[in-house]
Design a protein around this ligand. Structure first.
Ligand SMILES: *Cc1c(COP(=O)(O)O)cnc(C)c1O
Length: 368
């Protein structure tokens, strides 16, 4: 835009990158298009969740202000107190509440600091900087894992929040329970540690993080979860945070009222009541993931371990080129220029096409 406008946003906002969401696939002659760019569940929600949406008859009424019915269902399902759960418009909504409640610019004009691994979830810097806080990204290691030692070393007097993303989007590895336990021992107790478990249900590692146990032990631990991925309800925007009341009371204060719609609440409750169907979908995605990982490895690709519903191709400068090659076959994937490409595990046919592309693509990491 070249117009000069008399209005301007806050400095922090002017300097923000725009969130760039995964793109839909472009049509290509002879190919069924597939969207592998947003880590969505290709199988959709349990049928009962979709039915619950159709059954909502109170579209002219405001929803429950605090999503009380969903929180009651979650409290029972997870065996945690009702007061410890705060819902949001996606777990991103809950994270936004957490950051705006705990980090910003102090009355001395100094910015609070929020530490996170990088590359990680693209929304983190946006949420942190919008709140007026300073983000402190700590590079992930070559294998895509959090560098927890470096994250401890990054803690300063101004650190207010640390974000752990496990499994890490977009690189894939999960933290172990031991790693997180040891890490928490290095963090001052007034610093809030968020464990973002958006992909929890896909984890099949030996020592998975028991984040609920950690929040029960540590008043400064907050767990983030979502219905967007395993439950296949990304379009409805519903997620939640779990923390002790000394945390959640503040999250509730900064919440956008009625952020979880009546439709989203009904679908999420129905999904919890049909977990066996959700788990079947998750299991089929995990099986497909194992198939894709094995095929890539056989084709000579060296990629980080993934515990999520996507794989990371550390292509560096070749990221955009690979995404274009995928796009030419109507596969939308997610390139991060100069770093790599994240590819969601999708329908078997989509995964087949992706595998074949990797087999024939010259210049993959570790490919000789
Ligand atoms: C997808 C994702 C979320 C959740 O997004 P919502 O749809 O807002 O619940 C949160 N964290 C990470 C790391 C994600 O990849």
């Amino acid at each position: 835009m070249h117009t000069t406008s008399p209005v301007s946003p806050r400095e922090a906002v002017a300097a923000l990158p725009a969130y760039s969401a995964g793109k839909p696939p472009k049509a290509a002659e002879g190919y069924t298009p597939y969207k592998l760019s947003s880590n969505e569940n290709p199988w959709g929600p349990a049928p009962a969740a979709a039915q619950a949406v159709r059954d909502v008859t109170t579209l002219h009424r405001y929803p429950n202000p605090g999503a009380e019915q969903l929180r009651a269902a979650l409290a029972e399902h997870l065996a945690v107190p009702f007061e410890d759960i705060v819902t949001g418009a996606g777990s991103l909504g809950a994270l936004t509440q957490l950051i705006s409640a705990f980090a910003g610019t102090g009355s001395d004009g100094q910015q609070d600091e929020v530490i996170y691994a990088w590359r990680s979830f693209e929304a983190y810097p946006i949420v942190v900087r919008t709140a007026g806080a300073q983000d402190v990204p700590v590079p992930v290691m070559d294998d895509g894992r959090h560098n927890l030692e470096a994250m401890t070393a990054a803690i300063s007097d101004r650190t207010r929040v640390i974000l752990l993303c496990t499994p890490n989007n977009p690189t894939g590895p999960a933290l172990s329970h031991q790693e997180v336990t040891d890490f928490l021992a290095t963090v001052p107790s007034h610093v809030v540690v968020v464990i973002d478990e958006a992909y929890l249900e896909f984890v099949r590692s030996d020592d998975p993080v028991d984040a609920l146990a950690l929040y029960r032990e540590h008043p400064n631990v907050v767990v983030l979860r979502t219905f967007s991925k395993a439950h296949g309800l990304a379009g409805l925007r519903v997620g939640y945070a779990i923390g002790q009341p000394a945390v959640t009371e503040h999250l509730r204060k900064v919440a956008v009222p009625f952020a979880v719609s009546a439709v989203a609440e009904a679908a999420a409750i129905a999904s919890l009541e049909h977990l066996d169907e959700v788990n079947q979908r998750v299991e089929s995605i995990v099986q497909e993931r194992e198939r894709v990982v094995a095929a890539l490895s056989q084709a000579g690709w060296a990629i980080p371990e993934t515990q999520a519903n996507f794989v990371w191709l550390p292509l560096g400068a070749g990221a955009v080129d690979f995404a274009q090659a995928a796009g030419a076959q109507a596969l939308a994937v997610r390139p991060f220029d100069g770093e790599g490409v994240r590819v969601t595990i999708g329908e078997p046919e989509a995964n087949d096409r992706f595998i074949e592309l990797c087999r024939t693509y010259s210049g993959g990491p570790g490919v000789s």
